[in-house]
Design a protein around this ligand. Structure first.
Ligand code: OAD
Length: 241
């Protein structure tokens, strides 16, 4: 006997700061090397944390407050629709929770999440967090809490899972990323040869080392403009099983 049931095709959506730009959250590299007026080295490195933990906490507290006022945009919402016919995994470099709030059910945060805190001594001592983190707020292990964000120079714990998911994808959507930060930027190269790859970004990167530009379809438009029609096109292609 043969099992005639087919499992749904797999889609991996790789997102960066650009997918949240139209929700009012600023990207990293569109601000002359500054992130919300701060040098990234001051607020996104272990060295910056060691130098001035209060500055770092204040910075992420402001990002967390800003997130409360932000809403998912048409791109986040369109990505959710893909789940009606496909097995969809969102792999995001973003620390916001706009994919979850839009309704995506499988979201992997490569660079951590603003809605979590962790021990400053143990990356696995993580807890859910709302509101500000202040000096003196301690993890269960007795050490100061810090945002559960992966800083430059720190290990990206989620990468093995992200590689596994991308290696199994039939379709890959890359949305709103400058493809400059590794290992995230190299993920799409793990997609199988048969996978269709789309890259949506109004200012798409051109310097990929890992896969030739010809092998992906580049759509040089904003996420909220280009993702909804692309999602409709994929859903209506009939090529779902
Ligand atoms: P970048 O700031 O490097 O790139 C943002 C990308 O979004 C650029 O390619 C823009 O052209 C594009 N963009 C801008 N507006 C857009 C829109 N409306 N729609 C679609 N795309 C738009 O951000 P990332 O590539 O995400 O790491 O940066 C990667 C990592 O670098 C971040 O996760 C962060 C940062 O340092 C950490 O914090 C560890």
């Amino acid at each position: 006997m043969t099992d005639m049931t087919t499992s749904p095709k797999k889609i991996v959506v790789l997102t960066g700061a650009g997918v949240s730009a139209e929700s009012g959250i600023r990207t990293f590299r569109d601000g002359n090397g500054l992130w919300e007026d701060h040098d990234v080295m001051d607020v996104a490195t272990p060295e910056g944390w060691a130098r001035n933990p209060k500055l770092v906490l204040d910075f992420y507290n402001a990002r967390r407050r800003q997130l409360k006022d932000a809403r998912p945009n048409a791109a986040h919402q369109a990505i959710v629709k893909l789940e009606s016919k496909f097995d969809v995994h969102v792999i995001t470099q973003n620390v916001d929770d706009l994919h979850e709030r839009a309704g995506s059910s499988q979201v992997l945060h490569l660079h951590g999440s603003l809605t979590e805190a962790r021990s400053s001594c143990d990356p696995f001592e993580v807890c859910a967090w709302e509101g500000d983190i202040n000096l003196g707020d301690l993890a269960d292990d007795g050490h100061q809490l810090r945002p559960n964000v992966v800083w430059f120079g720190e290990e990206v714990q989620a990468i093995p899972k992200a590689i596994r998911l991308t290696s199994a994808a039939d379709i890959v959507l890359i949305v709103g990323t400058s493809l400059q930060v590794y290992p995230a930027a190299s993920l799409f190269a793990f997609a199988p040869d048969h996978a269709d790859i789309y890259y949506i970004d109004p200012n798409p990167a051109t310097n990929y080392e890992t896969r030739s530009r010809e092998s992906m379809i580049v759509i040089a438009e904003t996420a909220a403009t280009a993702v909804p029609p692309l999602v409709e096109k994929i859903l209506s292609s009939g090529d779902v099983g």
